[in-house]
Design a protein around this ligand. Sequence first.
Ligand code: GDP
Length: 407
Amino acid sequence: MGMREFGNTIRTARIKAEMSQKMLADRVGLSRESISNYERGEVQVLSPAMLEMFASTLGLDPRNLARIAGYLSPSDTAATNSSGMKTALITGITGQDGSYLAEFLISKGYKVYGMVRGQHNPKQELVQAMIPALEFVDGDLLDQSSLVAALEITQPDEIYNLGAISFVPLSWKQPVLTGEVTGLGVVRMLEAVRMTNPGTRFYQASSSEMFGKVREVPQTELTPFAPRSPYGFAKAYGHYATVNYRESYGLFACSGILFNHESPRRGLEFVTRKITNGVARIVAGKQHELVLGDLQPQRDWGYAGDYVRAMWAMLQQDDADDYVVASGATHTIEEFATHAFAAVGLDWREYVRSDPKFYRPAEVNLLIGKAEKAERALGWEPTVDFPHLVRMMVEADVAKEGVTTQG
Ligand code: GDP
């Protein structure tokens, strides 16, 4: 473990000092390839003189480096500024799961980079304010070379590919873009892993939408896919790509088939948050009805904060594999609305109207997952059930409106 941690420390310090591999190589009189080998933990012998040189060039305490490289025992003088922490790169950092995962990984001692695209991304400032320890790197799932650069700069141990066009109705309006980002983006990232460091562990955010017109109830890792939207078939492509790169190249690539997962941070366009935000605004007197689409589809809803733990656990196993992550319970949209309005003492039937303009060209009518494998192999279990999830979301939205309720 010494050399690997040591490599991570050199890499982290180099990035902090804004020093490329070439610059460091020039300073300490080595080839760039040697630095690369050190950073990958592939060099087993390191002279004390070399250690000193790395430390002074990078502005680190030599005793820290020595300890990490295994020359000093943990009981020797306390370390000061190096940590040997793992590094993670998250795509989709400005989405719901990105923020929960970043917080979780930071709490575990990771250095976390969020990948962002575009010249100015207003959501980046919001995430930065919420998670000050988070760092950012530029990259776009549409642009192969930007992904290679992002991996070279950050040198992650783990990549979590959460970036996607994820709102199902939008995927019918922009099916090609959805395919490019949500589907081909996965292959671009897997190719970038092959090009930079095939030892990097990779998590792909797959989706229960791949089950679509379900072939069996409940759905497991073995249930055939029958997607019902451009989002669904793009995710299926990304899933198969992940499995294939694992089988073809031996990459540590995992696909997490996550059922719907919600939270107070869920985007307002998704039905759960649309309902809880609507409830809060009705209580605040800002709106008087809530117009939804089809109220009969059933979803297996869990809490996003629970689901990001499963993502991480997948990458800590000895072998890469695919896992369903679900609550195992299913409810209609109507039931969600019933609970949400009841939480503030209101009857949903007095406020909710169903309008066909929100109906989808093809609907996924029933999702219910069986997470037995994740529970057994990862020791994962959810901590928030359906009634608590609804209440948590309603309370958060009501608090945002600054009103008190009788619920
Ligand atoms: P999805 O399962 O990833 O598509 O998540 P959504 O939260 O967008 O939709 C969940 C279900 O709610 C789908 O079956 C929608 O058809 C249904 N639904 C009903 N009314 C609405 C609505 O007003 N907005 C959204 N987003 N979904 C709705």
